[in-house]
Write a protein that binds this ligand. Structure first.
Ligand code: MSP
Length: 501
């Protein structure tokens, strides 16, 4: 069994989860679910980033201790992922003992390698980024992402000698040219490295909300060093090294484009210093924009994903975020766009196919679904949809995978419109048309299940198949002819009642 291990970013707990967090997590979850359908041994890791100045300031503003504060927010992420049907295998909080021990081990390994040394640095610090901005990054005196003024900071503390890793990173990327998806992001990373790498500070004395350095406990670890380490501490680094060795490197870190420098430059260098392999890959997403701006607490244009779930159902929401934006590009969230896609793709295309089939089977086939025939005109369309969807999921392009899946739904609806089975007499011709449509529903339910697990389970149930959809396997169960026929087909409420736009 092939292993497929992936991670989401760990989210700052300075505020409750928003649509941008949900987006990255749903993409990772859907890709993980696809790999479960391939039969892979999947592990999806997510969690929360709980140390650092930004959290300390958020706690101060509420007048509570940082620990009380993070304990009040972290569960909101776990609850949101539960409502969004995120099937993660682990949820790590950076305040957990296993993480604290692992971060200390990683710091010590880099220190032992001679790559962490005391030094002094002056620069412009953006608290929202938890990072120094490079002079070229600053636009009109402000952080280009958060539109806030950075603070001038000078500190003497421990620095990670990133400047020593340029050649090793370039060599590693030359040997792993497909490691970053989509491919154009690789150029951005190579550009950062070729532009020259500055050392970065890995400790703070100006705050105590963090993990003390093992060799100098007056300093706490810089929050990004602490946070990146979650990807190894969750797998046992520093607490179960034997177990860890079998689980690292992971296949993908799913990240947003805002954190590419940390993930694709700092992180592999930290791992190399500690004698560990870089991850196998990174899948870099764009931003969901609201009113043309990245959604963030600092920008103030936050959309609560759970309000949207209340409106269009969990699967309606998951489908929208996966289908509407090509992963890697920026997407524009609008409420009209959400409803338009819901009505056209879900209520009209998919919902209609199921309800027409159930109605005709009920009225003309005695409620018993006929088996598909081998020569059905839909068999080729199904084979193409399976192949295209598989290639798209492999390339971490859920929108393309869903487009391939919906082309099969459209073909099946068109086939019904040509044959008009609702006007046909019961008999072998009608059975052939309905068998083909049922077979499409069965295959679509498997192909679309990474995006819409609940709906797809319900589709299978209504066409008489009892087996849980997650037990299906691409290949074995997506070949034409798998619907056995002779099963009771049930007509229920519309899967996706139309919404007023
Ligand atoms: N805590 C750090 C990540 C540490 S990972 C070792 C962090 N947290 S964050 O909560 O601010 O954002 C994390 C990620 O959420 C972003 O990189 C991105 O993947 C996702 N998004 C946050 N806002 C987003 C949008 N508006 N649109 C799309 N994704 C966004 O950075």
């Amino acid at each position: 069994m092939a292993a497929f291990r992936v991670t989401t970013p760990i989210y700052y707990v300075n505020a409750k989860p928003h649509l941008g967090h949900a987006y990255t997590t749903i993409v990772a979850d859907a890709v993980a679910r696809w790999h479960r359908l391939l039969g892979d041994d999947v592990h999806l890791l997510t969690g929360t980033d709980e140390h650092g100045l930004k959290i300390q300031q958020a706690a101060d503003a509420k007048g509570v201790s940082p620990k009380e504060f993070v304990d009040s927010i972290a569960p909101l992420f776990a609850e949101a992922w539960e409502r969004l049907d995120i099937a993660h295998d682990d949820f790590i909080r950076t305040t957990e003992a296993r993480h604290v021990a692992g971060v200390k081990a990683l710091l010590q390994a880099c220190h032992d390698a001679g790559d962490i040394e005391l030094d002094t640095y002056r620069g412009q610090y953006c608290v929202a980024c938890e990072a120094y901005l490079l002079p070229d990054d600053i636009v009109d005196g402000k952080c280009p992402v958060h539109r806030t003024e950075p603070q001038q900071v000078e500190e003497t503390n421990y620095f990670f000698r990133l400047s020593r890793f340029g050649d090793r990173l370039l060599e590693w990327y030359a040997a792993h040219p497909d490691a970053i998806k989509p491919a154009h992001r690789m150029n951005e990373v190579l550009g950062f490295i070729r532009g020259g790498l500055d050392d970065f500070s890995v400790s703070r004395t100006s705050l105590d909300w963090g993990i003390p350095l093992p060799w100098d406990p007056d300093h706490v670890a810089y929050v990004w060093f602490d946070a990146l380490a979650n990807y190894v501490t969750a797998h046992g680094y520093g607490t179960d090294d034997a177990g860890f060795r079998g689980k690292w490197p992971v296949d993908y870190h799913f990240i947003g484009k805002d954190i590419i420098r940390f993930h694709c430059v700092y992180w592999p260098a930290m791992l190399m210093s500690a004698g560990l392999e870089p991850p196998r890959g990174w899948a870099v997403g764009g931003w969901l924009l609201v009113g043309g701006e990245k959604m963030s607490k600092t920008t103030g244009n936050v959309v609560n994903p759970l309000d949207l779930v209340d409106e269009v159902s969990v699967d309606g929401f998951r489908y929208y975020v996966l289908a509407d934006t090509a992963y890697g590009n920026d997407g524009d969230f609008t409420h009209e766009g959400l409803l338009a896609r819901y009505n056209s793709d879900l209520a009209n295309n998919l919902g209609n196919l199921l309800s027409r089939v159930a109605t005709v089977v009920g009225s003309k086939c005695g409620g018993i679904g006929p088996a598909p025939l081998p020569g059905s005109p839909l068999a080729d369309a199904a084979a193409r949809a399976v192949e295209d969807a598989a290639a798209a999921w492999e390339a971490v392009q859920p929108s393309r995978a869903l487009e391939a899946t919906w082309s099969l739904i459209r073909a099946a609806n068109a086939n019904l419109e040509v044959n008009e089975p609702w006007k046909m007499e019961p008999g072998p011709e009608l059975d052939a048309v309905m068998g083909g449509a049922l077979e499409v529903l069965r295959i679509v339910a498997i192909l679309a299940s990474p995006a819409m697990p609940r709906t797809c389970a319900e589709i299978l149930r209504r066409i008489g198949i009892d087996r849980p959809v997650h037990e299906a396997r691409i290949g074995r169960d997506t070949a034409w002819g798998g619907y056995p026929g002779g099963l009771a087909v049930t007509k229920g409420d519309p899967l996706f009642p139309r919404k007023k736009a």
